[in-house]
Design a protein around this ligand. Structure first.
Ligand SMILES: *[C@@H]1O[C@H](CO)[C@@H](O)[C@H](O)[C@H]1NC(C)=O
Length: 328
């Protein structure tokens, strides 16, 4: 039998192993599930236009679907406020495009929001401010953060600073880069933090959420900066889904080269751009160039993804399964 001293040393070492490598760089939140450990939620992106461009119609249908699925939370994939983010914490666009639009009872849940490039054209700190949560308690937006929901862990990432174009060719737009400079260091640290957080995750399912596409046939197409840096990390850590907005469409790509599923939900308001590039039909599971949103239902053994249009009609369904091992 090991001496008490050895046992104590072993306990200290195992606790240290559990805590290291440190994931503390990314703030972590805990999200409750239903009693059976399942979780359901909606995903909407590219939305804040004071109800215009069918934003209000999408919101109504989100409310109905949210009710049916008894959702636990809502995810926004960014571009929360058009055209230029918020001017400050007192910008009425916050109420006009969020509080007064997503009014259905089922949508009065926690919203987890990431920033899009349009949000970076305004006062970024305003969207990150707890003052907004004071105005509407559903609001939570950080640059990058983790949400631990038992069987599933979400990794929300700030993707805008990855995109070269916004730095080298910003056109007439001003981007608020305060807080992310020097850029190279910011990106390097973020990739390291995501990698170590994914490596230490013990969740059954891993979902990464960012504004920008990795793979997309839409107007903006692939984001090569993310495909080159982030995607290898997602693949190495068995991430199940990468969820994004940016392209104003609904889309599901299942690449033969990657186990990651690429889901775009960017149909929260203005859509119908009509410019779609050719994509290998074997990989393109679904593409819709109009408005709508996505739902996910997750249990220990399955993920069910559904896309809906502005009428709430189902456009596409996809499921994946994992073996559940008995605890004994
Ligand atoms: C609203 O949605 C309908 C149905 O999809 C579509 O025909 C119409 O063009 C949309 N309106 C706008 C302004 O996008």
């Amino acid at each position: 039998m090991a001496s008490p001293l050895v046992s104590i040393a072993l306990i200290i070492i195992s606790v240290a192993v559990l805590l290291l490598p440190c994931r503390a760089e990314l703030r972590q939140f805990v999200q409750g599930t239903k009693a059976d450990r399942s979780l359901s939620f909606l995903v909407v992106g590219d939305w804040g236009r004071r109800g215009l461009y069918n934003q209000s119609h999408v919101a109504v249908q989100m409310g109905r679907t949210g009710e049916k699925l008894d959702i636990d939370l809502i995810i926004s994939t960014g571009d929360n406020f058009y055209d230029n983010g918020l001017t400050g914490v007192n910008d009425p666009a916050f109420q006009e495009s969020f509080t007064n639009i997503y009014t259905a009872p089922s949508l009065q849940k926690q919203w987890y929001n990431v920033l899009g490039n349009h949000d970076y054209r305004g006062d970024v700190e305003a969207q990150l401010s707890p003052v907004l949560t004071g105005i509407d308690s559903r609001w939570l937006c950080l640059r990058s953060f983790i949400v631990d929901a038992d069987i599933v862990e979400f990794f929300f990432l700030d993707t805008t600073p990855f995109v070269d174009k916004f730095f080298t060719d910003p056109e007439d737009h001003h981007y608020d880069w305060s807080g992310i400079l020097p850029r190279e260091k910011y990106l390097k640290n973020l990739l390291m933090d995501v990698d170590s957080a994914l490596k230490t995750s013990i969740a059954k399912w891993k979902i990464v959420v960012g504004h920008h596409t990795i793979k997309s046939a839409g107007h903006h197409g692939n984001t090569k900066e993310l495909a080159g840096t982030l995607l290898p990390i997602l693949e190495a850590n068995n991430v199940d889904l990468y969820i994004n907005g940016h392209d104003h469409c609904l889309e599901h790509i299942s690449s033969s080269k990657s186990a990651v599923q690429f889901l775009t939900s960017g149909g929260g308001s203005k859509a119908w751009r009509g410019d779609v590039s050719w994509w290998n039909p074997q990989e393109m599971k679904f593409y819709y160039d109009g408005q709508g949103f996505m739902s996910l239902q997750i249990t220990e053994s399955a993920i069910d993804v559904v896309f809906y249009d502005v009428f709430g009609d189902v456009l596409h369904k996809w499921s994946t399964f994992q073996r559940v091992y008995s605890a004994i």
